[in-house]
Design a protein around this ligand. Structure first.
Ligand SMILES: [Zn+2]
Length: 251
């Protein structure tokens, strides 16, 4: 008989030797170890086992089960379900936060090279300040300040875009690199000095206030694509001052 893999226990979901089952346990598919558990513990074990054995691609039914399980009255199950859910849907939490975050004010500073839409780099020393209430965006570049006023709708769209598309509230999580100050001892001294200088001059920094009262302060030491694109996005508001045509000039 092909019983080499032993006998299956439906509680711990393991194949175990025949000796691991009592006579009754055999037919009930519960091993001796699981048989001594109370019904409550046994059902908890079964739930946790099922949770850990969920396939990568969930059926609608499994997804609904997993979702509901996060509210389970057994905290161990609820916690485990949350972990598994976050593994399966890494952006769910992020997307849920987007619904709640509304920027009131934001200051965005860039002090590094940026790339324009044609791939050319240029040195940027820019401070942008956005204010939902006054609908003003100001842009200070090499000591020169410009301010423009958007309509309420335009400002709302821009601030929503900064949350939903640029995901500014995740920049810390996404872009913050630990400064490599705990490198090997064979590391040269010059590198260490360079690092500490960098720390004082981040490539970008942003401080955001949300309508909820929450505040964020973040900075980074290189220019990720999303940071670059937000800077270009904001710069666009200050470009068409003189020439009225939107066309890119033929050079
Ligand atoms: Zn078992």
């Amino acid at each position: 008989m092909a019983k080499k893999h032993g006998h299956y226990c439906k509680v711990c979901r393991e194949y175990k030797s025949n000796e691991s089952f009592s006579g009754k346990g055999h037919s009930a598919h519960i091993c001796k170890k699981c048989a001594v558990l109370s019904p409550v513990e046994r059902s908890k074990e079964m739930t946790l086992t099922r949770l850990m054995n969920l396939p990568y691609r969930l059926s609608a039914e499994q997804k609904a089960w997993l979702k509901g399980l996060q509210q389970d009255k057994c905290s161990e199950i609820a916690e485990a379900a949350k972990v598994v859910y976050a593994e399966h849907f890494p952006y769910a939490e992020r997307n849920a936060r987007k619904q709640q975050l509304h920027i009131s004010e934001m200051t965005f500073v860039v002090q590094d090279e940026l790339w324009d839409e044609f791939g050319d780099s240029f040195d940027a020393q820019i401070v942008f300040i956005l204010d939902r209430k006054t609908k003003l965006i100001s842009c200070t570049q090499t000591g020169v300040s410009n301010t423009i006023e958007l309509t309420a709708k335009e400002m709302r769209k821009l601030l929503n875009r900064i949350v939903n598309e640029y995901e500014v509230f995740c920049w810390e999580e996404d872009f913050s690199q630990e400064m490599p100050d705990v490198l090997g001892e064979d590391e040269e001294e010059s590198t260490v000095i360079e690092v500490s200088e960098d720390e004082e001059h981040p490539s970008w920094s942003v401080s955001v206030s949300y309508s909820s009262g929450e505040k964020q302060q973040m900075k980074g030491f290189d220019i990720p694509v999303r940071v670059n694109e937000l800077a270009l996005d904001l710069l666009q508001y200050f470009e068409n001052d003189e020439d009225a045509d939107d066309e890119r000039p033929d050079i």
